[in-house]
Design a protein around this ligand. Structure first.
Ligand code: FAD
Length: 259
């Protein structure tokens, strides 16, 4: 195992993307989360994945237990507000009867799940059923009311008109049918959850596989495999042709300086 100074323990770091066009079309970045869970479902590595699905309100995520690729695709894309996926793990095991569970979470959520696995107070029968934890990089997350306020007041947008949100190149972007609107992250500063300002983990150091956009070209993802399981599932998905990779090269898209 290599040891990257600021990136936690990892086995490999690559640029990667899903090869399935249906996943590419809806994914936030390279579609790694959706493709990896899809592969894990098909291979019986997991029976369900708790992901951030859509709800009745625009951009408010609702945790769902996806058991098919179509359900994963329906939940693809980043929602920049808290999705209580950890809370839904108990439901997946106890109500849905799923024996092998995957989930995706921000670094703080993955850290919470690992603590729960070490000390499964009131989560007995859940902790040992977690088979694939995918962490997504996260600089900051926003309360939903904050997003509605700054997209309306600083960007002049109605939340119902936004089709994609993204953070990159020092900006917060909101896409609508006719344009891609961006404001400097300096403008959104102060709207983030207070806890994000003291968070020590940007790259989901405790996940099996961690992924985000920073450091990779548009439409691709940066991927760290961190555990034996994470590495073998990721490599198997690559061998099966569901994910393609290329060498991580931070001179192509600066942002993460590895090594
Ligand atoms: P997809 O295949 O599109 O799947 C995304 C998966 O994440 C889906 O399963 C979806 O249900 C789930 N999901 C969506 N929103 C949430 C949520 N709020 N909580 C938990 N699960 C969710 N990447 C960076 O490189 N730099 C950043 O600074 C950064 N900040 C982020 C801040 C937030 C609040 C979030 C949620 C993500 C952030 N990301 C950041 C990660 C990035 O936006 C993508 O989620 C990541 O690259 C995965 O893309 P993908 O194409 O592989 O995922």
């Amino acid at each position: 195992m290599e040891f990257g100074q600021e990136f936690g323990k990892y086995k490999q770091v690559v640029c990667a993307r899903a090869t399935d066009k249906k996943i590419q079309d809806v994914a936030q970045d390279g579609g790694i989360v959706t493709a990896l869970f899809s592969y894990a479902l098909d291979e019986g590595i997991i029976e369900g994945a708790v992901v951030a699905g859509p709800s009745d309100e625009p951009w408010v995520p609702k945790p769902v237990v996806a058991t098919t690729t179509d359900e994963l695709i329906a939940a693809a894309g980043t929602k920049y507000t808290h999705s209580p996926n950890v809370w839904a793990l108990k439901e997946a095991v106890r109500q849905a009867g799923i024996e092998k569970v995957g989930t995706v979470g921000t670094p703080c959520q993955i850290m919470g799940i690992r603590k729960m696995q070490v000390y499964p107070f009131s989560t007995r029968f859940v902790a040992d059923k977690l088979k694939l934890l995918i962490g997504i990089f996260c600089m900051e997350n926003f309360p939903m009311a904050s997003i509605e306020t700054f997209t309306a007041e600083k960007m002049g947008l109605d939340i119902n008109d936004i089709t994609k949100m993204d953070i990159g190149k020092g900006k917060f972007f909101a896409e609508t049918a006719d344009d891609n609107h961006g404001i400097s992250l300096k403008e959104t500063h102060g709207y983030e959850q207070a806890g994000c300002n003291v968070c020590p983990d940007y790259v989901a150091e405790f996940a099996d596989v961690a992924t985000g956009s920073v450091g990779s070209p548009d439409g691709w993802s940066t991927v760290f495999t961190r555990t034996d399981d994470g590495e073998s599932i990721f490599n198997a998905a690559v061998s099966a042709g569901l994910i393609e990779t290329k060498e991580f090269d931070d001179s192509v898209k600066p942002g993460l300086k590895i090594g």
